[in-house]
Structure formats: C-alpha cells, structure tokens
Design a protein around this ligand. Structure first.
Ligand SMILES: *[C@@H]1O[C@H](CO)[C@@H](O)[C@H](O)[C@H]1NC(C)=O
Ligand SMILES: *[C@@H]1O[C@H](CO)[C@@H](O)[C@H](O)[C@H]1NC(C)=O
Ligand SMILES: *[C@@H]1O[C@H](CO)[C@@H](O)[C@H](O)[C@H]1NC(C)=O
Length: 216
C-alpha cells in the first residue's frame, strides 16, 4: 500500500515539476528569442550605418576628389636636326611631340584649346597647338603634334650661350604651357582645373636623340 501510495503520489508531483520546468523553459526561450531578435536588429542597424558612412567617405575621398590632370611631353624621336656651330650658332629641328593628358578623375576632363611653348634660354623657339578636346574618365588623352623649332629669333646674348652648348654637343630646351578645363563627376559635379606642363629636355646633337627629359 505504501509502495502504491508512493507510486500514485509520484506522478502528479513529477508532472508538476515537469510543468513548472516547461513553463520556465518557455519564458526563457521567449526572452532568448526576443534578445536574439533585438541583437539582430542592433547588428543590422549598426551594419547599415557603417555601410552608409563607408559609402559617404568613399564618395567624398575618392569620387569627389578632383585632381589636376597630368599634362606632359613624352619621349620622342628627333626627325630632323641641323646645327651650325661656327660663326653663327644655330639649330633647326623637327619632331612629333607626344603630348599626354592623364586624367585620373572619376569623370571626363574637357579642356580648352591651348599652346605648349618650346623655349631656349627662356626665348620661344617653337610651339605646339593643342586643340580643344577632352580626356575621358580615368584615361590618357594622346595628342601628337608636329613641331618645328628654330633658333632664328634668339637674341645675341642667348646665341653666345647656344654656341657654348653646341660645342659640348647638347641643346637644352624647355616646354611649358597650361591646360584649363572642367572635370565633371557623376554628370553634375563640376570643377575647373588648370594643368601645367613644364618639361626640360636635352638633345644630343651628334646622336640626334633626346638624351634626357624631365617634367615637373
Ligand atoms: C605631321 O607630319 C607628317 C609628316 O612628317 C604628316 O604626315 C602628318 O600629317 C602631320 N600631322 C599633322 C597633324 O600635321
Ligand atoms: C651623345 O650621344 C653619343 C652616342 O650615344 C655619346 O657618345 C655622346 O657622349 C653623347 N654626347 C653627350 C654630350 O652626352
Ligand atoms: C619650370 O620649372 C623650372 C624649374 O623649376 C622653373 O625655373 C621655371 O620657372 C618653370 N617654368 C614655368 C613656366 O613654370
């Protein structure tokens, strides 16, 4: 009997315990689910905010960074060169000047017509005409211009310097100019930029080659 009683008594007790366990399990499960949901939302919002900030920074620091396009004269081959080193030092020279406009912006650079001046001792000896055009988004515009240089207009003080240089077998030339244009990013953000060209080149008169060329 006692055994039976105990046996009969046990199930409700264990059931009761069981129900209590399940209830507490339910509430902690609910709280856990809510907490997980809140976590998910919080992570989602933080990720969204970070995404927005990264996007804004990328836009400001990369896309909207207007950089002056690089304006340069590349290496070239001398086509003709005649020099006179005796009584009246002089030179005449022709070549195709490879002028380059390197646009690293995230939009095209539309520039106005311009002139690149070639000088000897600060005096103009020739020029290259740059027609109005554009350098596309992240690309280099190549402009090949026929150039002829002549020392015929140099003043006498510079001619005497030229005589000394020609005797040592070189001609030192400078080319300079500016290209003014507008960069347009995302079809609406515009900025005017001026690119300078300033290159110094040394011509070897016996080899008729460009011995050195450096641009600022
Ligand atoms: C440059 O000169 C070459 C001949 O040396 C000629 O064929 C070419 O058409 C000229 N280019 C320009 C743009 O005048
Ligand atoms: C010009 O070039 C020739 C051949 O490369 C070389 O021997 C000579 O030293 C150069 N002249 C000068 C002044 O550097
Ligand atoms: C080009 O650079 C040289 C060397 O720095 C400088 O003396 C000269 O004034 C510059 N020329 C122009 C036109 O900016």
């Amino acid at each position: 009997m006692a055994e039976k009683n105990q046996n009969q008594y046990q199930p409700p007790e264990s059931n009761g315990y069981h129900r209590n366990d399940q209830e507490s399990l339910h509430t902690t499960e609910d709280e856990e689910a809510k907490r997980k949901k809140r976590m998910k939302w919080t992570i989602g919002i933080i990720a969204f905010v970070i995404f927005q900030v990264v996007q804004a920074l990328f836009f400001i620091l990369v896309i909207m960074k207007f950089k002056s396009p690089k304006f340069r004269v590349g290496e070239f081959a001398v086509q003709t060169l005649t020099v006179e080193t005796q009584a009246s030092p002089s030179f005449d020279m022709s070549f195709v000047a490879p002028i380059r406009v390197k646009n690293t912006n995230w939009g095209p650079f539309k520039y106005d017509a311009s002139i690149v001046y070639f000088t000897y001792g600060g005096v103009q000896v020739g020029q290259a005409i740059i027609p109005k055009s554009k350098a596309n988004f992240k690309s280099t515009k190549k402009i090949d211009v026929n150039v002829t240089l002549s020392s015929s207009n140099l003043p006498s003080n510079i001619i005497s310097n030229l005589g000394n240089e020609l005797n040592s077998g070189v001609i030192t030339l400078n080319s300079h100019g500016a290209l003014k244009g507008k960069i347009t990013v995302m079809f609406m953000f515009k900025k005017t930029k001026i690119s300078q060209i300033n290159c110094t080149m040394t011509i070897n008169t016996s080899a008729k080659t460009v011995q050195s060329l450096s641009c600022k």
